[in-house]
Design a protein around this ligand. Structure first.
Ligand SMILES: Cc1ncc(COP(=O)(O)O)c(C=O)c1O
Length: 376
């Protein structure tokens, strides 16, 4: 049977991974500055992760949400402690798109409204509602075209925001903590403060998509916490399971659950929770938020003097290095000549850097050395 060929792939086959490195079938080591789309948070094959997931598998790997799930409460309590969202409620699902799909539905259930405000450059996933608020018409099939109304506005444009949020029938504004696929543009702290205030005044649900920027990647637990605001719904996935497919929503206490309102067969199963708990324990035990800020500062200092770099965008270890030329060849040279994996984005001139969070300075240093050599 052939595979449905939708992915452009690098011609490498990975057979094992450890920490910040992955190894191919010839045992060649690669420095992983991409974490498979920003998924690897605590590092590949982390011993605490292996132990927790293995121990859980030996007890019970899966049962559905038709029985008590105390392991979900353990995860929720750890998440509250680390995120500071003590009063929000947790709903667990399986992916980023599914988290956003549920967030938009909840906002609509809660307000009775239909229209969503989203941002130019956004990416929220490929299922129906998530795709409808994603700013990329190329991803839509004909069945996606007559969906609920969405108004796309410019990030950080105050007038557009005020007009959009004041209009009738708005149920939600959805914004990424830091845009990932779009190319590392982010709402400013002042803009986020205004956004939170306008949403509150107009009874509009503020959904912050932290699927990529959350779980310590920015140096705060969630990137929007740099602005000191609280969101009504926060969506999470990627780093949450360090590779195990887990997604989730933190939901404001005013949004009341009803049986059957949301559901999923696999969401919040025992193994997924064990993976999620191992991630949270490791973030705390290794003080990774503090570490992310230190390594990020070091790397930015190293990269800033490189004259061919036009801008360094993003926060923590969610960085975009922008040039005034397309980076396709540079990425290929980094991979083929220096064995360093990096990411791309909608901005062809931007290298995306999303390493495992425990990466040490001496582990990331070869990246700046390689960049200098290739650009010389
Ligand atoms: C900000 C953001 N939201 C949502 C998604 C969709 O997540 P998934 O691919 O798990 O459905 C992504 C994936 O790249 C993302 O970066």
């Amino acid at each position: 049977m052939s595979l449905f060929n939708v992915y452009p792939r690098f011609d490498i086959t990975l057979t094992r991974a450890k920490g910040v490195y992955v190894f191919d079938s010839n045992n060649q080591q690669y420095l992983d500055l991409y974490g498979g789309h920003g998924v690897i948070s605590i590092g590949h094959s982390h011993p605490a992760y292996i132990n927790q997931v293995t121990a859980q598998l030996e007890k019970i790997g899966y049962y559905s949400n038709s029985v008590n799930m105390p392991i979900q409460e353990v995860l929720a309590n750890k998440l509250a402690a680390q995120s500071g969202y003590h009063n929000h409620q947790l709903f667990l699902c399986n992916s980023g798109a599914e988290a956003n799909e549920n967030a938009i539905k909840l906002a609509s259930f809660h307000t009775g409204n239909k229209k969503v405000i989203a941002f130019h450059g956004s990416f929220h996933g490929r299922t129906a509602a998530a795709l409808n608020v994603t700013d990329n018409p190329k991803l839509s099939a004909p069945v996606n075209l007559d969906n609920f109304p969405v108004e796309f506005i410019d990030l950080n444009n105050v007038e557009q925001l005020a007009d959009a949020v004041n209009s009738n029938d708005v149920c939600a504004v959805i914004v990424e903590g830091i845009q990932g696929v779009g190319g590392l543009n982010a709402p400013t702290e002042d803009y986020l403060k205004l956004l939170a205030q306008l949403c509150k005044q107009n009874s509009v649900v503020l959904i912050v998509d932290e699927i990529q920027s959350g779980y310590g990647r920015s140096g705060k637990f969630f990137a929007h916490q740099y602005a000191g605001i609280e969101a009504d719904i926060i969506t999470m996935a990627k780093g949450m399971g360090n590779g195990f497919p887990v997604g989730g929503l933190l939901i404001h206490p005013d949004i009341k659950p009803e049986h059957g309102m949301l559901a999923t067969t696999f969401g919040g199963n025992h193994l997924a929770c064990a993976a999620g708990i191992a991630v949270l324990d490791t973030l705390a035990d290794e003080e990774l938020l503090k570490h992310v800020i230190q390594v990020s500062k070091w790397l930015i200092n190293e990269l800033q003097p490189i004259t061919k770099i036009k801008a360094i965008k993003g926060k923590g270890l969610m960085l975009g290095v922008e040039f005034d030329f397309p980076v396709k060849e540079l990425r290929t040279a980094l991979l083929n000549d220096c064995y360093i994996l990096t990411g791309a984005s909608a901005n062809p001139n931007l290298l995306r850097i999303l390493p495992p969070l425990p990466i040490k300075i001496d582990e990331i240093a070869p990246f700046s050395i390689a960049l200098k050599e290739i650009l010389a």
